[in-house]
Design a protein around this ligand. Structure first.
Ligand SMILES: Nc1ncnc2c1ncn2[C@@H]1O[C@H](COP(=O)(O)OP(=O)(O)OP(=O)(O)O)[C@@H](O)[C@H]1O
Length: 247
């Protein structure tokens, strides 16, 4: 039975799409059959991040409506055979004619066919967030060390707390800058205290992340700094004990 992991933040731009693409790649490289599912129904861009725009022609609403099968809609990554993308429908108004029950049925099928599914949720707490978290087995809340991102992460956790046990909610602190190194431990501790969640990983700020994301190139093919942070997270997700990397 596969595991469904929703990737959320509250505040936009904290690194959810980068996380989903790169942890998805790392899980596939570890031999796990992995589906990256874009739930950002207003501003999807996971297809760009994975370089799969030309291949992801059907979206998750097509599967729900029975217009195609899950395996037909899921685009295969040409280089990482275990990596697949199910893209989001575009709904400029931000509302989609998909019910929570339909999403539950889709995710039940995903659990049968994949080892892991990472759901890239949109910023905010609207329908996309609800669909992403409604049937997830666990949730990763991504924040940066900015006060506003921490506050939004806190609000997000308060909402999720009612539905998830503390063993199924995790924190990732993204875009951590080297210049914060001396204050890093207190900064990360503050983030953990603010969100009240255990830490799944820390991702450094690295110029190669936007470079790879914009070109749809796997980060791990050009960089072994930030890519290693995502790989460590993937290993933790698969149950390994991996120490936090030095930033
Ligand atoms: N570790 C990093 N180092 C440097 N830049 C990063 C890092 N992570 C993300 N970025 C950049 O920050 C921007 C936002 O990242 P990303 O799209 O992954 O965030 P998001 O949370 O999915 O955004 P949104 O809320 O808009 O969906 C992008 O330009 C991305 O390249």
């Amino acid at each position: 039975m596969g595991k469904i992991i929703a990737v959320v933040s509250g505040k936009g731009g904290t690194g959810k799409t980068s996380f989903t693409a790169n942890v998805g790649l790392a899980l596939a490289a570890l031999g796990k059959n992995t589906l990256c599912l874009d739930c950002d129904i207003t501003l999807r861009n996971l297809d760009l991040a994975l370089g799969l725009t030309d291949k992801a022609l059907m979206d998750f609403s097509d599967v729900i409506a029975g217009r195609c099968s899950l395996s037909d809609a899921a685009a295969d990554h040409p280089k990482y055979p275990g990596l697949h993308l199910l893209t989001a429908p575009l709904s400029p108004g931000g509302q989609l004619d998909v019910t929570d029950e339909q999403m539950r049925q889709l995710l039940d099928q995903v659990r049968q066919e994949y080892d892991y599914c990472l759901i890239d949720a949109p910023a905010g707490l609207g329908q996309g967030f609800r669909l992403a978290t409604g049937c997830a087995d666990c949730v990763v809340v991504i924040t940066t060390t900015d006060a506003s991102a921490l506050r939004d992460a806190q609000h997000t956790v308060m909402l999720l707390d009612k539905r998830f046990t503390t063993e199924s909610l995790f924190l990732v602190v993204g875009r951590v800058q080297k210049k914060l190194l001396r204050a890093l431990h207190s900064t990360i501790d503050d983030a953990m205290d603010a969100a009240g969640l255990p830490l799944l990983g820390v991702v450094p700020e690295d110029g190669d992340v936007p470079y790879a994301l914009n070109r749809g190139i796997p980060l791990r093919d050009i960089n072994y700094y930030a890519a290693r942070a995502y790989e460590n997270i993937a290993r933790r997700i698969t149950g390994h004990q991996v120490p936090l990397m030095r930033i």
